[in-house]
Structure formats: structure tokens, C-alpha cells
Design a protein around this ligand. Structure first.
Ligand code: NAD
Length: 500
């Protein structure tokens, strides 16, 4: 076996091993072989990282860095990401099994988060309040909330870190990031760029390790003021409960079971493409997967014929090759989970019309490959329609009319996203209004932008990332009162309206 690449983590401006000296292996999901050794951090490492972040925020050079200078550093970081996009993409493909074509697009666009929020850094303004009291000047300051814990899943580490880190840095916060234990390498590579961009020690720290050993001590650390989490619903609930004990501010980006709704007045080829992109892009390992295709009864047969024909041609293979369209499942437990759900769907009576199991080497598969799978005749009460699979498994459900589509579309605990395929603008507008989801795409799917708010309704999350307002997740407001009155008034009476 080739020797493993040894990583160190980054705490307080230093490249360090875990205090225990322990490491864990990271696997290449295409070959199934370990390729990197990652420090196995625990509570002591978390404490060091949070203390470093706290010192940088409270008294370190970061506290004195102007918002304009912060913005400049962030734009420098954006430039460095652009220069190193290819190398970052290569690490993520190796560690995560994401397609090189997808990572090319992601890493090329990634700098935009640091440019956008870097530009916003010195546009955070308080206001002068129109006071209802004489002799009072009352104004607000919008201040960084403090040390932010950022916990991300394995499916898009660099992107999901950017959604948190960029607004947090712009707000003046400091951070401790915990990547998934399955995909830590790309973030550690990224930290070299953070260092080169000139961020002072302690502003951005990383603790690598498991949820239990590194994640929980981070969420519960008394000096962490805010937790920004992306991951599964069960973990999100645990993180929320732990953070509540310390009354921390929390934002959660969780799972989804998004409906991709195809009306009989759609442009059929576009809708087929959109449904494919919703479930088979990123091998279905995306929170916004359009895992329920709701197809109007009147076009069901024609639509399914075209859908299966296109899906059948999806090319599985080495994620490094530009022609590959469907890659491996990223982690062994996830691979087992997807296969379990395929079994559950079959037991529930759903009709498997494509795929339905592991893909062998003759089909382009490697160690953890699952064929693009389509279940027809699904009813919305089946587990395959209600629970997040997080893999290339599509459930097709038919509906009669708009009302039926809305009822089925909304009948899940999630509310992350929805797609609608129609040429009727009135129908599109009604659907956009009535679907309970944080994002609704009309005649497109899986479009995201740094400028546009993203987040979940219902059990898909709390708070919003991206867009200007996301910076508020990392700010708190202080109200400052200055009296210009003679004397300080009656000490036993509250200074309410009209009195100073
Ligand atoms: P996960 O919930 O298992 O893990 C997410 C992160 O939480 C990892 O870093 C993990 O180590 C950490 N963690 C686990 N237990 C913890 C604990 N007790 N305390 C603190 N941290 C803990 O999720 P995953 O399997 O890595 O990722 C897949 C999930 O992420 C899916 O459900 C998907 O929908 C969701 N996701 C959501 C979005 C979104 O923006 N809404 C984006 C991508 C992924």
C-alpha cells in the first residue's frame, strides 16, 4: 500500500497534531483505499482552538482590525482560492468522490463568497434611533457575536464552510470549524490559503475528528457564542439541544425530501433533464436532491419513458474523469444506508424501473457504487417518499391537478426546496407561493448563488445562509444611550416615554 499523506490540523496559527497524537484514516471512495491520515482531535484540542479564537476576537489583532481591512483580507483569500482552485478540487475529488466536473464548477465559483461578504464587511451599519425622549441620543452598534463553531457534513465541505465562514469573518467573528471525519483533507488544504491571506492566528481554527469526540465539546464549549451546523436531522436536533443548554445562537441547515413537480404543460425534455439533475447529479448526495418526482397523471407514461431512457445512459466511473456523470457513494455507512432504502422501497411495493442495486466494475462502478435507481408507483406515505435517502434513488408519484400536487408536495416533514416544471406563469406563481420550502425553482433545479438566501422551512432548518441578510446570523445589536439632560432624574422611576 502506498504511504498515507499525513495531515496536521490548524489551531491558533500553528499546524499541530492532535494532543493525543492519535490519527484516523481517510478513504478514497472510488478505490476504497485509505490515502490520508487526519489528526483525531478531542476535547483538549477543541479547548485550545476555542481559547485561541476567543483571544483573537476579544483582544488579539482581529479585534483591532478594521472592517475595511477584514474585507481586503477576504478578497485576497478569494484570489488565492481562484489561483488554487484546481488543487482544491483534486483533493476534494480524492477524499469525497465528487465529480471533477462538479468540483471544477464549485471551486471556480467558491471565491465569490469571499468577494461578496468581503465587500459587505464595511457596509454593516447601525442606525440613529428617532428617540421619543428629549435630551437623548440613541444609536445602535452591530457587533460580532464572538466565537462561532461551524460543523459541516461530508458532501460539500469547502462550499458549505464558505457559506458560514465568509459572513462570519465579514461580521468580525472568529471561528472553529469541524469538518466531517470522512472528508477533512480539503479544508486543511484550504487553511494554507487562509494563512497566506494574512488572517491573524486564532481567527480561523480547525478541529478534525468525530462528532462525539470533537463536535460535542465544540458545541458545548462555554466560550462558543454561535453554532452554525449543516448535516442530518438527527444530528441537528442533538446539536440544537446541546447548544440550548448554553443558550447559544444556532443556525441549522438540515435534510430534505424535495418534490420536483412536472405538469403536463412543461417542456418535456427540459423537465426530464431537471428531474435527472435533481436526483442523479452529485450522485444524489445533496440536501436539495429532488428525490420525489411528482408527475401529472396525464403525461406519466410518456415522461417515464423519456426519463428512464436518459437515466439509463448516465455514465458511472472514476470521478476524476471529465466524462463521468455518476460517482461513488462517499462513505461506507452511507452506501449501506442507500442499499437499505432500496430494499425498503421494494418491500413497500414500489416498482423498481431502473437500477436497484450496486454497480459492478463492468458498469463503471468501483467499491461504493449504486446504480441510478428509479421507483415508480410510489405513494407519498411510503418511507421511500418520506425519509431522506441521500443517494441516487428517485421516487415517482403521480398527481391529478395543482391542488393535489401542492398537497403531496407539502406532505413531508421537510421543506428545503421544490422544483416546478410548467409553461403557465400563473400556475408557476401559485406553486411558488403555496409550496412550503425555502427555495422554489421554476423550470430549473439545483441553482444556488451567494446572493440568494438559502435555508429550510419546517424540519429542514433554522436560519438562512447566503444573501446579504446572512451576515445578521453573526452579528448582535447594541443600543447606546447618551443623555444630554441636566441631572439624571428620579432614580426610583423607570425612564419611559417622554422622560429622559
Ligand atoms: P451528519 O449529521 O452525520 O454529520 C454532520 C456533521 O456533524 C459532521 O461533521 C459530524 O461529524 C458532526 N456531528 C455528528 N454528530 C455530532 C454531535 N453529536 N455533535 C456535534 N457534531 C456532530 O451528516 P452527514 O452524514 O455528514 O451529511 C449528510 C446530511 O447533511 C444529510 O442529511 C444532508 O441533507 C445534510 N446536508 C444539508 C445541507 C443544507 O444546506 N441544508 C447541505 C448538505 C448536507
Amino acid at each position: 500500500m502506498a504511504s498515507l499523506q499525513e495531515y496536521k490540523t490548524h489551531i491558533g496559527g500553528q499546524w499541530v497534531p492532535a494532543e493525543s497524537g492519535e490519527t484516523f484514516e481517510s478513504e478514497d471512495p472510488y478505490t476504497g483505499e485509505p490515502w490520508a491520515l487526519i489528526p483525531r482531535c478531542g476535547a483538549r484540542d477543541v479547548d485550545k482552538a476555542v481559547e485561541a479564537a476567543y483571544a483573537a476576537w476579544e483582544s488579539g489583532p482581529w479585534a483591532e482590525t478594521t472592517a475595511t481591512a477584514r474585507g481586503r483580507m477576504m478578497r485576497k483569500l478569494g484570489d488565492l482560492i481562484a489561483e488554487n482552485a484546481e488543487a482544491l478540487a483534486r483533493t476534494e475529488v480524492r477524499d469525497n468522490g465528487k465529480l471533477m466536473s462538479e468540483m471544477h464548477a464549485q471551486c471556480k465559483y467558491l471565491p465569490e463568497w469571499y468577494y461578496f461578504y468581503g465587500g459587505l464587511a464595511d457596509k454593516v451599519e447601525g442606525s440613529v434611533i428617532a428617540s421619543d425622549k428629549p435630551d437623548i441620543l440613541n444609536y445602535t452598534l452591530r457587533e460580532p457575536i464572538g466565537v462561532c463553531a461551524m460543523i459541516v457534513p461530508w458532501n460539500s465541505p469547502l462550499l458549505l464552510v464558505a457559506w458560514k465562514l465568509a459572513p462570519a469573518l465579514a461580521a468580525g467573528c472568529t471561528c472553529v470549524i469541524k469538518p466531517s471525519e470522512f472528508t477533512s483533507a480539503s479544508l486543511l488544504d484550504f487553511m494554507k490559503l487562509v494563512e497566506r491571506a494574512g488572517f491573524p492566528p486564532g481567527v480561523v481554527n480547525v478541529v478534525t475528528g468525530t462528532g462525539k469526540e470533537a463536535g460535542e465539546p465544540l458545541v458545548t464549549h462555554p466560550k462558543v457564542a454561535k453554532v452554525a451546523f449543516t448535516g442530518g436531522g438527527l444530528t441537528g436536533r442533538r446539536v440544537y439541544e446541546l447548544a440550548a443548554r448554553g443558550l447559544k445562537k444556532v443556525s441549522l441547515e438540515l435534510g430534505g425530501k424535495s418534490p420536483n413537480i412536472v405538469f403536463d404543460d412543461c417542456i418535456m425534455d427540459d423537465a426530464v433533464n431537471g428531474v435527472i439533475s435533481g436526483i442523479f447529479a452529485a450522485t444524489g448526495q445533496t440536501c436539495i436532491a429532488g428525490s420525489r418526482a411528482l408527475v401529472q397523471e396525464s403525461i406519466h407514461d410518456e415522461f417515464m419513458e423519456k426519463l428512464i431512457e436518459v437515466a439509463r445512459q448516465a455514465r458511472m466511473g472514476d470521478p476524476k474523469l471529465p466524462e463521468t456523470q455518476v460517482g461513488p457513494i462517499t462513505t461506507p455507512p452511507q452506501y449501506e444506508k442507500v442499499l437499505d432504502y432500496i430494499g425498503i422501497a421494494k418491500d413497500e411495493g414500489a416498482l423498481c424501473v431502473l437500477g436497484g442495486g450496486p454497480a459492478g466494475a463492468d458498469e463503471g462502478g468501483g467499491k461504493y457504487f449504486i446504480k441510478p435507481t428509479i421507483f415508480d408507483n410510489v405513494t407519498n406515505d411510503m418511507r421511500i417518499a418520506q425519509e431522506e435517502v441521500f443517494g441516487p434513488v428517485l421516487s415517482v408519484i403521480t398527481f391529478k391537478d395543482e391542488e393535489d400536487a401542492i398537497r403531496i408536495g407539502n406532505d413531508v416533514v421537510y421543506g428545503l426546496a421544490a422544483g416546478v416544471w410548467t409553461q403557465n406563469i400563473k400556475r408557476a406563481t401559485i406553486m411558488a407561493r403555496r409550496l412550503r420550502a425555502g427555495t422554489v425553482w421554476i423550470n430549473t433545479y439545483r441553482a444556488v448563488s451567494v446572493t440568494s438566501p438559502f435555508g429550510g422551512y419546517k424540519q429542514s432548518g433554522i436560519g438562512r445562509e447566503n444573501g446579504q441578510a446572512a451576515i445578521n446570523e453573526y452579528l448582535q445589536t447594541k443600543s447606546v444611550w447618551i443623555s444630554t439632560a441636566e441631572g439624571s432624574g428620579n432614580p426610583f422611576v423607570m425612564k419611559v416615554a417622554g422622560s429622559s
